[in-house]
Design a protein around this ligand. Structure first.
Ligand code: PGA
Length: 249
């Protein structure tokens, strides 16, 4: 049995006060059935870190540098995220791929850096609407996944890796993939991983992301290969995020 995981991706939203309130409300909720991860913007990481305290909530970054340190103005090193209390880091979110030109190669380097720095990468994969309509979902997701599966250190990365399938057309649009659409891709991803390492494929948690809300979470999470969610908009309200966590486990 894979333990469900629900991560809240706050993206570039909120303020100090919002970060404090969200953290306090979510930390106060009793959510024993799933792993809960909060991914606030970088300036609020330490605030969230200090407030989750011993709560069963983990901290995650939204991105990291593939470099260890040095002249990379504006970037955040994996060691800095770990230093401040992060256990997870989102890597390769479609907004980074689209708006910041992140290539599959760069995303793979970030996954490797996160893993070697002791963080669990939450690797995002997903196709655009045009790619889905052209029936290229498997080709695109396969290409994104193969960049990771080709890493020399993949054998040690795979057992801990978390993958989030996030169809770009479902992110922030209110139009979630149907549970069947999502399950089809999740099962396909798990099979592709199984061809590398069947044990890891069974253990690996595959999250769905894209317009998950309290009212569609149950149907999505009921699917056999959906092990939780990466939540954007609905993670910015404590009650909806907590409701989604309760559905997960
Ligand atoms: P959404 O975002 O839940 O607002 O669609 C998901 C994400 O981008 O991780």
């Amino acid at each position: 049995m894979r333990r469900p995981l629900v991560a809240g991706n706050w993206k570039m939203n909120g303020s100090r006060v919002v970060a404090e309130q969200l953290t306090d409300e979510i930390s106060a909720a009793v959510l024993p059935g799933c792993d809960v991860v909060l991914c606030p913007p970088v300036p609020y990481l330490s605030i969230v870190s200090s407030r989750i305290g011993a709560a069963a909530v983990s901290l995650g970054g939204q991105d990291c540098s593939e470099h260890e340190n040095g002249a990379y103005t504006g970037e955040t090193a994996v060691s800095m995220l770990a230093d401040i209390g992060c256990r997870y880091v989102i890597v390769g979110h479609s907004e980074r791929r689209q708006n910041f030109g992140e290539t599959d190669t760069r995303v793979a380097a970030k996954v490797a850096a996160a893993h070697s720095g002791g963080l669990v990468p939450i690797l995002c994969l997903g196709e655009s609407l045009a790619e889905r309509q052209a029936q290229e979902t498997e080709m695109v997701v396969g290409r994104q996944l193969d960049a990771i599966l080709g890493l020399p250190e993949i054998a040690s990365i795979l057992p801990d890796l978390v993958i989030a399938y996030e169809p770009v057309w479902a992110i922030g649009t209110g139009e979630s993939a149907t549970p069947e659409q999502a399950e089809q891709v999740h099962a396909w991803i798990r099979e592709r991983i199984a061809s590398h390492d069947s044990g890891a494929a069974e253990r690996i948690r595959l999250l769905y992301g894209g317009s998950v809300k309290p009212d569609n979470a149950a149907a999505l999470f009921a699917m056999p290969d959906i092990d939780g969610g990466l939540i954007g908009g609905a993670s910015l309200a404590a009650d909806s995020f907590i409701a989604i966590c309760r559905v997960a486990g």
